[in-house]
Design a protein around this ligand. Structure first.
Ligand code: GCB
Length: 602
């Protein structure tokens, strides 16, 4: 008897483990789809010991919290109850919604119940904008799968499992940091956990358009080249791409794998910050149709120039974290995105570095509309495990999900694969692998990374990271005047750049507490920060290959690495704008500088 039950337990665990599948292929442009949003209040259970997942022998439990069990009789023992538990808002990180969760790192279970009217020939997917960091997803007690990575979307098909009444979707979200994860244990931002972005049900027909890539062919201003990918058994015979405003009606045949390569000529008004023209594009088959708004523009480099539509440009940028300074916590809404991008525009920016991970899709959609160019990044930050194949696979997957989501956005001009990573052979191999993958997925955009620099002698800065060989645009972070000497040090430095490529100074800056005034030599004052910017800008203007900059950073943001009482209080204060929206003196220094560049025609 004991043996039989041991075997049964083994089988159950084995079956449960093998059910832990990957998400289904990502559906792009869910804004163009019929969706039912599952945002709002979700019931949650805080589970620091993962009692709802592991049994007391620390084996995955077969009747964990995902069963959403109820006592069937008064004598039944069930030690949890979603329906009478605390609730949190989705989208939203947990840390900023409940004071006791501010520093929490661990598991929280989320549950949402819903009814659904089934429709013939319709497939249903549960789509998550992001969950930080590890998500185990269950519907009606059955495991759908697991997703790793805190800043990219994923979806699971639930057509067969969904029922008309009382569905319960349960997600175990775990934001414990891990040495082998991406990012790793150590970052300079808040580890906001939870269902941080929109959750939707997406309805599509049996055979549907899963994904597509429609961009100008590299080097061309009048030829669109790409592909459309279908999903579903009874595939249509042809797919159509229509751009009515440009008189385009193109058809292409679908191959046996549901894939249709696309090329056609079109006369297009090109997208740029001055003219963020988006075209209504309709992609259809005999069974499905999806609408998008896409901008078309040409992107190249020539020597040390970045060319947009054939013209050299200067990237007047600023770094942004995905944090809503006024509400506090992760930014997730279109309003959050509008506020951050409007502030960037008021600064005089035509470019933003969305640090240090892919931001939510509202940001890139709005950047498309507002004419702001974007540097998009994955959280390969500082010291990930370069030799670990699983870590590489995780980073590669995050990059892939990010490119899959945003590859049709005109605003995105740069994919960045890393931030401040230490030079070594293993790291080059890792990052080269990511670069190759990005180029394969998207041959049109430029590749970059935020690297470091070193001193050849006390007055000479050198940028010669060997990774530069594989990049189109060099990124370099430097903190002259903050971690590296005082602001005046910038006056005596000259810069040497090994590669003949465009350079973006992807970070510089220093902390100032808004309203804290004093002599310019006093740290943490607005005057110090202002003085630092003044000296930096004079120095940077002298670098011949400089084609852009994204100072650190638009707004103050939370960081556990910043404990100094009364000054930092767990905020990184390098913002040009405070955590209450107030502009510091340095904001105006950079604004004036950008205005002068605009006058010079840059
Ligand atoms: C850096 C990092 C950034 C930090 C910043 C700082 O180099 O890339 O994530 O927040 O410095 O403030 O130290």
């Amino acid at each position: 008897m004991i043996k039989v039950s041991a075997l049964l337990t083994f089988l159950l665990i084995f079956v449960t483990a093998s059910q832990a599948q990957q998400p289904t292929p990502l559906i792009t442009n869910i804004d163009g789809r019929h969706t039912i949003d599952l945002n709002g209040r979700w019931q949650i259970i805080i589970d620091p010991y993962e009692t709802g997942y592991y049994d007391y022998r620390y084996q995955p439990s077969t009747d964990g919290y995902f069963k959403n069990a109820k006592p069937k009789s008064p004598s039944d023992l069930i030690e949890y109850d979603f329906d009478t538990s605390q609730q949190l808002n989705v989208p939203g990180d947990w840390n900023s919604q409940d004071q006791k969760l501010l520093f929490y790192e661990g598991t929280i279970w989320y549950k949402k119940s819903f009814d659904y009217q089934k429709k013939d020939r319709t497939r249903l997917f549960a789509y998550f904008g992001a969950a930080n960091y590890l998500a185990d997803v269950y519907l009606n007690g059955q495991k759908l799968g697991r997703h790793e990575g805190g800043f990219t979307p994923f979806n699971f098909e639930i057509t067969k499992l969904v029922r008309e009444k009382d569905n319960f979707l349960v997600v175990k979200v775990d934001n414990k940091r891990r040495r082998d994860a991406v990012p790793t244990l150590n970052t300079d931002w808040w580890n906001y956990g939870g269902l941080t972005r929109d959750v939707n049900l997406v309805e599509v027909p049996d055979a549907f358009i899963e994904d597509y890539f429609l961009q100008l062919k590299k080097g061309s201003t009048d030829e669109i080249s790409g592909w459309v990918k279908l999903n579903g058994a009874t595939l249509g015979k042809a797919i159509n791409v229509e751009i009515p405003e440009a008189n385009v009606k193109h058809s292409a045949a679908i191959d046996a794998n549901g894939y249709a390569p696309i090329t056609f000529k079109a006369r297009l008004d090109l997208w740029s910050p001055e003219n963020p023209k988006l075209y209504a594009v309709k992609i259809s088959t005999d069974s499905d149709s999806v609408a998008d708004r896409i901008g078309f523009r040409k992107l190249d480099t020539r020597g040390t120039d970045i060319l947009l539509n054939g013209k050299p440009i200067f990237l007047r940028g600023i770094c942004i974290h995905e944090e809503s300074p006024l509400r506090g916590g992760r930014a997730f809404s279109e309003d959050d995105a509008r506020m951050l991008l409007t502030w960037a525009k008021e600064l005089g920016s035509n470019f933003v570095r969305l640090a240090h991970y892919p931001h939510n899709e509202h940001m890139t959609r709005l950047a498309d509309e507002m004419g702001i160019m974007v540097w998009s990044e994955i959280p390969v930050y500082w010291t990930v495990l370069w030799d670990n194949p699983e870590t590489f696979e995780n980073a590669r997957n995050q990059l892939e999900e990010s490119i899959t989501r945003d590859k049709n956005k005109a605003s995105v001009i740069l994919w960045s694969v890393a931030n401040e990573t230490p030079v070594s052979e293993a790291r080059i191999k890792f990052l080269k692998g990511l670069i190759d993958h990005a180029r394969k997925m998207d041959p049109t955009r430029l590749l970059t990374a935020a690297n470091e620099r070193h001193y050849a002698d006390p007055n000479t800065q050198v940028i010669d990271d060997p990774l530069g060989e594989y990049l189109d645009v060099l990124g370099c972070n430097e903190y002259v005047g903050w971690y590296d000497g005082l602001p005046e040090k910038a006056d005596r430095l000259t810069w040497k750049v090994a590669q003949n490529k465009p350079l973006i100074i992807s970070e510089f800056g220093g902390d100032a507490l808004f309203g804290n005034h004093g002599d310019k030599g006093v740290r943490w004052t607005e005057e110090y920060q202002k003085n630092l910017y003044e000296h930096q800008l004079v120095m940077l203007k002298k670098i011949p290959s400089l084609r852009g900059m994204t100072p650190w950073i638009l707004t103050d943001f939370r960081s556990p690495r910043r404990p100094l009482p009364r000054i930092q209080d767990f905020y990184n204060r390098k913002g040009l704008i405070s955590s209450r929206g107030e502009r510091k003196q340095a904001f105006y220094v950079l604004q004036n500088f950008y205005r002068s560049l605009i006058k010079e025609g840059k």
